[in-house]
Design a protein around this ligand. Structure first.
Ligand SMILES: O=C[C@H](O)COP(=O)(O)O
Length: 313
């Protein structure tokens, strides 16, 4: 399915909850890689992070620090010991509120970095502002230099089964994004059922999303493995029907290196190696990098670092 007149089948979709839960458990139960293989996967995870700050007290200076951390996410001497110091290891992007886009763009430019700035938009996190306001927000973030826009879907439309109206809104956001990549946040913690998650995933992809993203990080339930199974199966089916590869971004509450490894395993097993790159996979997280850097420090030195030994940990 690729167009709006194909939306009718959406109402007939059903997801097998037991099968989803079982598959999620299987993936979590898998053996995790050790030693240098683990370190290599952790570095891969770093390159897929959208390093995020989405707080009311964000300022130009903490956004500046975030940008510097995104450019050099792992201490230089640690990368050197792994012979990775000249491989350009950085996070995938920085992610901020629309009002902080200009700060991030300025900091990255001053540091001579071409890292993309992602902005949340469309009345993030609730999406409960007028459509015109939400569209203007997208345009303003793009005008300020954001090249990736993380929109939120209208949960009211999803919960009342108005899939066509939701499709129309997302199409308008797509247009407002212009050349910027669009990641569509489903806020799965507010969608009620796996079936709604699958439907919302499909509608978001049909309306032109480059990525589908689980959560804002502000709902009570954020990125969970069962929901991810539903979303990545939708991505797989959409690819089989349309030939388009849509990316996946789990976000919200992802804090440990161990979790990052499970996410990579899930992507590798469900979507294959093609998806294991920043172009098709992102981890949205504000406090994951600290633990990954800590585990890499342990891999390199055999010891865990004191708090002050890792900047901005
Ligand atoms: O998009 C990213 C999420 O908002 C980050 O959520 P987090 O603060 O729980 O890592």
């Amino acid at each position: 399915p690729s167009a709006k007149n194909n939306l009718e089948w959406i109402s007939k979709v059903r997801v097998n909850t037991q099968a989803v839960l079982k598959r999620a458990q299987q993936i979590q139960g898998q053996k995790i890689l050790k030693k240098q293989w683990q370190a290599a996967w952790l570095l891969k995870a770093v390159t897929c992070i959208d390093l995020t700050t989405l707080a009311g007290d964000d300022t130009p200076s903490n956004v500046h620090r975030l940008c510097l951390k995104a450019i050099q996410p792992i201490r230089y001497d640690l990368l050197r010991k792994m012979d990775m110091h000249n491989k350009g290891v950085s996070t995938a992007a920085v992610c901020v509120y629309p009002s902080r886009v200009a700060d991030a763009v300025k900091s990255l430019k001053a540091a001579n970095s071409s890292l993309p700035v992602a902005s949340v938009a469309t009345g993030f996190p609730a999406g409960q502002t007028p459509l015109e306001t939400r569209l203007r927000e997208v345009r303003m973030a793009v005008a300020d230099g954001a090249t990736e826009i993380d929109i939120v879907i209208n949960r009211t439309l999803a919960l009342t089964g108005q899939w066509e109206a939701m499709y129309d809104e997302i199409r308008q956001f797509r247009e407002a994004c212009g050349d910027a990549h669009m990641k569509t946040i489903l806020a799965i913690g507010e969608l009620g059922t796996f079936t709604n998650v699958y439907k919302a995933s499909m509608v978001a992809m049909m309306a032109g999303s480059d990525f589908i993203k689980t959560s804002t990080g502000k709902e009570a339930i954020n990125a969970t493995y069962p929901v991810a199974i539903v979303m990545v199966r939708a991505i797989r089916n959409y690819f089989l029907c349309s030939g388009h590869k849509v990316g996946f971004k789990p976000a919200g509450g992802i804090r440990t290196a161990q979790e990052a490894l499970v996410w990579l395993t899930l992507i590798k097993e469900e979507l294959g190696n093609d998806w294991l790159c920043p172009h098709l996979f992102r981890l949205g997280a504000s406090s994951l990098l600290a633990d990954i850097e800590r585990q890499i420090y342990h891999h390199v030195t055999g010891q865990y670092p004191a708090y002050h030994e890792l900047p901005m940990a």
